[in-house]
Every structure is written in structure tokens, then in C-alpha cells.
Design a protein around this ligand. Sequence first.
Ligand code: DUT
Ligand code: MG
Length: 241
Amino acid sequence: QLIKGEVTLKNVTFGYVPGKTVLKNINVKAKPGQKIAFVGSTGAGKTTITNLINRFYEIEEGEILIDGINIKNIKKDSLRRNIAMVLQDTHLFSGTVRENIRYGRPDATDEEVITAAKIACAHSFIERLPQGYDTVLEGDGANLSQGERQLLNIARAAISKAPILILDEATSSVDTRTEKHIERGMDQLMKNRTTFVIAHRLSTVRNADQIIVLEHGEIIEQGTHDELIKMGGRYYQLYTG
Ligand code: DUT
Ligand code: MG
């Protein structure tokens, strides 16, 4: 079992197909509990980095370490248990709302399920469903809105004890009011977890311990919000629009 959640990327270079490099020489060191934000234009490689941390793809050059262990030497089911993620396209299965939330934590009590749903601002809409937490979701949550599906994925991350969290446009389908409402829950979710966050709205990444600016697969700037603003480079441009 991994417990600290230190994540290191060392000289990572990657392409999905031979001859087309998508990430070039990426170096990142996330200390346990830190919040790391990736920003940059569409196609810059943000999601690709998280795909590699998840080991959805194998890297050929460089290495990724979790608590000092090369992820190639970590069993996939152990990785799955230790990395929680909320992505833009949601993953739900046909089963009840309750089963979907406690996926990965089958031991979770009903109370824990409700607490997680409250953190995710999902409790009130779940209660309005015909059978509440026992409502059966059709394939991939077809009877829910896209935003509601994201809230269930957030609840699932909240109930998980994974020390590493990946948020890739985690609230992109949620309306502005709910997004405002869920901010406290997201802070609670990230607390004590090493978090990699990708968000188009830069206000949500402002308080990150490190902001990493990617362009065409390369890190062009790296620092805190204040440092990057002072630098007056690409982040400053993105931030001031
Ligand atoms: N790419 C592929 N195959 C894939 C996924 C992506 O070739 O399965 C390419 C497309 C793009 C580059 O990799 O040129 C980086 O894509 P990524 O999804 O990492 O970009 P992003 O920074 O996450 O962009 P967005 O803000 O649009 O999500
Ligand atoms: Mg992406």
C-alpha cells in the first residue's frame, strides 16, 4: 500500500504514436499533499501527463515515481486504489447511485456515502430521484445530466481514501452556481491528497502550490501564481486574457 503520495516525473518524453512527440522532457516533483496545476492551450499535453501518471500508457523515455517507486513496478490495481480521478467524461456503470458512489470502497457505510454526496453537492439531487440512493442508473448514467454525472464522480473521489487525486476539468459540466457552491467540497476533497488539477478557469488553480504552464508538450513556466504573474510571461497573458 502506498501512503505518502509523492509523485515525480523525471525527463518524461512521450508520444501516442511513433515519431510524434506529445510531451518533451517533463520534470515535475509533487510533494505529498501538494496541489499541482497544469495550464496551457488545447492540445498542450495536460491530459496526457495525467494519463501517464495513471499508467494508461507506458512511457519509453524517462520515469514516473510514486513514493520513490517506478510506477512500472506498481501493480495496476494498487495504482487504481491509490489514485482517484474525476475527468471531463464521466464513468458510471449500471447499478444504483449508492453502488456507483462507493465503487472502489465497497466497505463504505451508507453514512459515508451520504457524507461524500454532500461534499460533492450531489445529495439534494439524489434525494429528488425516484428511489433516492437506490435509484438504478441506466448505462453510464444516461438518466442523469452531464453535470449530475460529474457530481457523482466527485462523490466517488470523496469517499475514496486514495492519497493521489486527478481532477481534469472535473466541474466543466456543472453550472456556475453549483460550481461556486462546490468550492468548499473541492477543497475538502483535495485536503491531504497530492492533487493534479487541470482547469480552464484559472481562478480555480490560483492557490496551487505549483502551476505548470505547458505549450506544445513542453514546460515553459513553472511557479506559484504570484511568481508567474510577476514574471509577466505566458501565464500572465493567459490570466489577464
Ligand atoms: N493525442 C493523441 N492521441 C490521444 C490523445 C491525444 O495523439 O489519444 C494528441 C493530441 C494533442 C496532444 O496529444 O496534440 C495532447 O493532447 P492532450 O489531450 O494531452 O491535450 P490537453 O492539453 O489536455 O488539451 P485540452 O485542453 O483540449 O484538453
Ligand atoms: Mg485535456
